[in-house]
Design a protein around this ligand. Structure first.
Ligand SMILES: Nc1ncnc2c1ncn2[C@@H]1O[C@H](COP(=O)(O)OP(=O)(O)OP(=O)(O)O)[C@@H](O)[C@H]1O
Length: 694
């Protein structure tokens, strides 16, 4: 088939499809606002259908495969889109949802006449593919048709033209969905089994965040009715990042999934009984001045974050459990005794198991009360005075069963004689001082959450699935706390050890987290291809890490060539003027929607921001606790740029003074934020991390 006739064929098909989608949209009945439960359910279904059709009415599909099942005599065209649309009377769907089992062929098929297989609910299906076609529809118009495979024709399209087209686009201030260009290695992760602790180590720009969000949409589709969006949660590093990723799930037609930071979630769970030291203080401490490797390793965050710290918490919980039974028997009336052994028996047998400790305490207290009432009944006691006396004794007895909040129990670990001997003195001293003021450090949140859940349980339902982004910054103790929120592990845990700039609190090896799970429930994937940046940028960034200890895996670029990376030396006195000139030049090109000037510290960024403003260049300054990333021209400290991306990045000062030998990960993070253009300026000698590339 010629390109022209393919275009014609698809234009006709698009017109028919749109007509049918519009017809279905018109046929949806009016909304229902009454109290009838069945009607409400039907209304919700109608609304969901309407949302799907509205997505399809703009861009019904992006791909087509002509597939011949083993059991059939001829191939059928299957159109794949963001939202599935039912067909007319013929019974065949008009558009197949990208998450449907058969749609996996579109992502996994890379040519050849060999039989293909996919997993369906009825088992493995086999067939042949005759055509794989990419279709670009924008605002109901067919813009492009590209065949990447036609049976019987040698190698139709060598490169994934569509992928390169998408990657070449410039980006605004929001992450986007990638349904039309998901790559096979990404699709394997998206469709992996639900009940797993799935770890994904992926280089910068390999699509980890994007893939995790698509996986949620997939899980909701695949396990519809069994899992719910409002029982899923995404943990991301900060509120600005949450805002940046907030568009993807709605684009995929998914709402209602909680997206939060571990700190915000923990503080709410602890009912704000404690507050957190300012995150700006923590960041300033670790990033504004040089901190040695030894200091980072021995940091309180590492100490309290270890899985071994859990043993100390468990010890304290066990002690609390033992102390729930008052030593002396309960004697409400002369001659009537309830022995500690009997109370222990109740605690162990009737209220044992997994129930939270303080809930067991409550039940135990009620049990003792019931025992007293039944004794009264048996003895036909009517003497009101005797009863009042006994009730007073009952209250005194119950008071002897200790009741703690999580922070109060936690405090005992660090406090005076009760303090745990294994805790280093300096850590105990600081923690206690803080707790007395009702304040905690970030690393205290996970142990507090752990204690709270073990003592009081969760207020909300258990989670069906948990996503942790930038998980290399999570301590094993955080994972321990989150594990309590599920019956069976169902996690997507993603990160990049090479970007582990918060290693004073996070991990050095994935095994630190993986070892918390049974090996049979752990899955591990690596993503090595980087989709964000041009080849030039990736090769440059790879060499920043090259000298680093500990088996660095370089990112593999997609074949997308761009401008060379530039490194420019400036006289100290000229640096400000050169910076302004470089930013102006980038703006004047008019092709970059987002430009970042990346500084080493918050202080330096404030100075750069003033410099740009006084030169008449409007820029937004990113600070910790920033609620949203606005796009346009941004000045950002390197440690807050993690997770974000910009069309062009200017590293403001890549001098040896700013980036020392130990700062390779930090500079790597800065460089890998760039999609199309990377420039470095330096005043004073260039950092040794890139000196071979200048
Ligand atoms: N298959 C794909 N098709 C098109 N674009 C893709 C694909 N995979 C990833 N991208 C793009 O690559 C960029 C990086 O994706 P994302 O931010 O999810 O990566 P990441 O691995 O989380 O990065 P980092 O660790 O550096 O924060 C995004 O612009 C995303 O849209």
């Amino acid at each position: 088939m010629t390109v022209q006739s393919a275009q014609q064929e698809e234009e006709q098909r698009l017109a028919r499809s749109l007509e049918e989608i519009d017809r279905q949209l018109r046929g949806i009945g009016p909304r229902y606002f009454g109290d009838d439960y069945t009607e409400q359910l039907l209304d919700r279904q109608r609304e969901e259908r309407q949302q799907r059709l509205e997505i399809a009415a703009k861009e019904p599909y992006f791909g087509r495969i002509d597939y011949q099942a083993d059991t059939e005599a001829a191939s059928k065209p299957l159109y794949i889109g963001k939202a599935g649309v039912g067909g007319d009377e013929s019974g065949d769907p008009l558009v197949i949802d990208w998450r449907a089992p058969i749609a996996s062929l579109f992502y996994s098929f890379s040519g050849g006449e060999a039989p293909v297989t996919y997993e369906s609910p009825d088992g493995e299906m086999t067939g042949e593919i005759h055509l794989k076609r990419n279709l670009l529809v924008r605002q109901r118009e067919l813009v492009r048709v590209v065949d990447s495979y036609v049976r019987g024709v040698e190698q139709v399209s060598a490169n994934d033209e569509f992928l390169l087209y998408r990657l070449g686009e410039s980006k605004d201030n929001k992450l986007r969905d990638i349904v039309s260009t998901i790559q096979e290695e990404q699709d394997n992760i998206i469709r992996a089994d639900r009940n797993r602790a799935l770890f994904i180590q992926g280089v910068a720009g390999s699509g980890k965040t994007t893939v995790a969000l698509h996986r949620l949409a997939y899980l909701l589709y695949r396990y519809a009715g069994r899992i719910a969006a409002n029982r899923m949660i995404i943990f991301a590093p900060n509120t600005m990042f949450l805002d940046y990723i907030s568009g993807v799930l709605p684009e995929l037609g998914v709402g209602d999934i909680a997206q939060t930071t571990f700190a915000d979630w923990s503080l709410a769970l602890l009912q704000f009984e404690v507050s957190l030291v300012s995150s700006a203080d923590t960041l300033e401490y670790w990033f504004e001045q040089e901190r040695s490797a030894a200091e980072r390793e021995e940091a309180p965050g590492r100490w309290k974050g270890r899985a071994a710290f859990r043993a100390l918490l468990d010890e304290r919980l066990a002690e609390l459990e033992r102390s729930l039974i008052p030593e002396a028997p309960f004697e409400p009336h002369p001659g009537l005794k309830l022995s500690p052994d009997k109370v222990k028996e109740w605690l162990d047998t009737d209220y044992g198991g997994d129930e939270p400790l303080m809930k067991r305490r409550e039940r135990l207290a009620s049990r003792v009360k019931r025992w007293l009432e039944s004794e009264w009944k048996e003895r036909r006691l009517t003497d009101k005075q005797a009863k009042t006396k006994a009730n007073a004794k009952l209250n005194a007895y119950i008071k002897k069963m200790p009741s703690y909040s999580a922070p109060k129990l936690y405090r005992t670990l660090f406090d005076g004689k009760q303090a745990h001997p294994d805790i280093p003195k300096a850590i105990a001293k600081r923690t206690l001082q803080q707790l007395k003021l009702g304040v905690v450090d970030p690393e205290d949140l996970a142990p507090l959450v752990y204690l709270h859940i073990r003592m009081y349980g969760l207020d909300t339902a258990l989670f069906d699935h948990i996503v942790i982004d930038e998980a290399q910054d999570y301590s094993p103790m955080q994972l321990e706390a989150l594990r309590l929120c599920q019956r069976v592990p169902s996690f997507t845990i993603l990160g990049d050890l090479q970007q582990g700039i918060h290693d004073y609190a996070g991990i050095r090896r994935w095994s630190e987290q993986m070892d918390l799970f049974e090996s049979s429930s752990v899955g591990y994937y690596e993503l090595d291809r980087s989709y964000r940046s041009t080849m030039e940028i990736i090769e440059f960034a790879n060499r920043v890490l090259a000298g680093m200890e500990g088996g660095v895996k370089p990112a593999t670029p997609v074949f997308r060539s761009g401008e060379p990376v530039t490194v420019t030396a400036c006289e100290d006195t000229q640096w400000g003027a050169e910076l302004v000139a470089a930013v102006s030049a980038l703006l004047q090109q008019g092709i970059y929607q987002t430009i970042a000037v990346v500084g080493r510290t918050a202080l330096e960024c404030e100075a750069i921001h003033s410099l740009l403003e006084s030169a008449g260049l409007q820029a937004s300054l990113v600070q910790s606790k920033q609620p949203a990333y606005k796009g346009g021209l941004t000045v950002v400290p390197v440690y807050l740029s993690k997770g974000l991306e910009f069309d062009a990045v200017l590293i403001a000062d890549a001098s040896a003074q700013a980036y020392r030998d130990g700062d390779a990960k930090l500079l790597y993070v800065g460089c890998t934020r760039a999609l199309h253009k990377l420039q470095l300026l330096h005043r004073g000698p260039l950092t040794p991390l890139v000196s071979d590339q200048a």
